[in-house]
Design a binder for this molecule. Structure first.
Ligand code: GLN
Length: 472
């Protein structure tokens, strides 16, 4: 069998090699399947590997032979367990959907199918994408390939770990408050949270509908660009989907919200960030300190709006319409037993918090207020983008933490989302790019830099990101 150098492979390189017949799509798929067999028992990134992988790869080979391959034909990809693929189990890493089989394809999946992608399997996540460590999965944590005593991040931890350990060439994740960017940074890969609405949510299991977006998790910025350009676009099945792109410019000004970086960031993470900023300055970008005065409120706002939407979205899981059922003596007891038994602790916590902030008497004080402050956060960014082209921050205040370190203290876990939630609240795109490593307890752990831009500035983020890859 051909030896394929998976470690240095990118989508772009694999495509060139497939077209040049250096290896076939079947050989490439087999190479990934054997790494999965070797590494997945320890890392637990895959919840299920599909039984038709080789069949899919054969079809890709036929297409390549016919000469009508796209850049993605034959590319083996892992899919977060909350995106529907017709005929496959999709569980959102929850017991409530343990045996649920999707009846249609998510729009992003349909587009990848049309491009000829090979779907390897479904990967682990926090239950219904609620968390930042995959510890909330009903099927066990996904370990970080760089240090297996640590988390891979979350909620798209399976996607990140799969790509970082050569168990997939790329993956799709979803991002409601950082779930693509934070695991990408914990595992040393690239993650893009696109502009809200630029990728259809049709067929993505809803967490918080005004914040959710699907995006690519890849080894390079170029690969993220290839995937994003394939899955984006207006879709009649998602009325919030939109199209747009901002023109590129000759020169870019990068804003740094210095005041916001003063507290709560690990010293070595901050030092790494400052070095990255210096590298960008040396590469010719103008760096300007900016202030985003409402940014400190973004966590509080997120943790009101998100659970409110979660409580409403998760009400459909009642044992009748979907998934698992635990029967009681009447319908009310059916609901209580089913939801009490099959939802994990974090899901139940957020449903209760969300129901509370939406209830009569508290709506105005919490949900209503949070909506107003969300608008101010949006405006803050709009103002900033009149002065600078993009904004840079760390992705996470710390590198991957130890398994179990934060799982007993949800508040500590929520605080780690400080740099990521604002992009979702403001509906703007943000990319996480590896920026080297910091050393914790003798282990070299990856960290990332986040670059945020105005709505539809993805092309600008890709351009700056590619530049950063050559200097970072
Ligand atoms: N960590 C955040 C949360 O727990 C983000 C989750 C996400 O983006 N899906 O809500």
């Amino acid at each position: 069998m051909t030896m394929i150098d998976l470690k240095n492979l990118t989508i772009k390189k694999a495509h060139d090699a497939l077209v040049a017949k250096e290896f076939t799509a079947v050989e490439l798929a087999q190479a990934y399947l054997s790494v999965i067999e070797e590494k997945n028992p320890e890392l637990n990134a895959y919840l299920g590997v599909y039984d038709d992988v080789i069949e899919q790869a054969k079809k890709a080979d036929e297409r390549i032979a016919r000469g009508d391959a796209t850049t993605l034909t034959g590319i083996p990809i892992a899919i977060k367990d909350n995106m529907l693929i017709e005929g496959k189990i999709v569980s959102s890493a929850s017991k409530i959907l343990e045996k649920y089989v999707a009846t249609y394809d998510a729009t992003a999946i349909k587009k990848l199918k049309e491009a000829g992608v090979v779907f390897l399997g479904r990967v682990n996540m926090d239950e219904f994408a609620m968390g930042g460590s995959t510890e909330n999965s009903a099927y066990g944590v996904t370990k970080n390939p760089h240090d297996t005593t640590r988390v891979s991040g979350g909620s798209s931890g399976g996607s990140a770990a799969a790509v970082a350990s050569d168990m997939a060439l790329a993956a799709l994740g979803s991002d409601t408050g950082g779930s693509i960017r934070q695991p990408a940074s914990f595992c040393g890969i690239v993650g893009l949270k696109p502009t809200y609405g630029s990728v259809s949510r049709h067929g993505l299991m809803a967490m918080a509908s005004s914040l959710d977006v699907i995006g690519p998790m890849t080894k390079t910025v170029e690969d993220a660009e290839i995937l994003y350009n394939t899955i984006k676009g207006r879709d009649s099945f998602d009325s919030t989907s939109v199209e747009g792109s901002l023109p590129k410019k000759e020169k870019y000004v990068i804003g740094v919200p210095r005041d916001f970086l003063k507290e709560g960031v690990d010293a070595d993470v901050l030092e790494n960030f400052n070095q990255s900023i210096e590298k960008l300055r040396n590469a010719g970008y103008e760096i300007r300190d900016i202030s985003l005065p409402t940014l400190p409120y973004s966590l509080a706002v997120y943790y009101i709006i998100m659970p409110a939407e979660v409580s409403s979205n998760l009400s459909r899981f009642d044992g009748v319409k979907y998934g698992s059922l635990k029967e009681g003596k009447d319908l009310t007891e059916d609901y209580f037993f089913t939801r009490g038994e099959f939802f994990g602790k974090e899901a139940r916590r957020r449903i209760m918090l969300g129901t509370y902030v939406l209830s009569t008497g508290y709506y105005d004080a919490y949900y209503g207020k949070a909506g107003k402050v969300r608008e101010l956060i949006k405006q803050d960014f709009e103002k900033a983008f009149k002065e600078v082209d993009v904004v840079a921050t760390p992705v996470s205040p710390m590198p991957a933490f130890k398994i179990g370190e934060k799982s007993s203290d949800p508040l500590q876990m929520y605080l780690a989302d400080i740099f990521t939630v604002s992009a979702n609240l403001a509906t703007i795109p943000a990319i996480s790019i590896p920026s080297g490593t910091v050393v914790h307890e003798d282990k070299s752990l990856p960290v990332g830099i986040q670059i945020l831009g105005p709505r539809f500035s993805e092309d600008i983020l890709f351009e700056i990101g590619k530049k950063f890859e050559t200097i970072g």
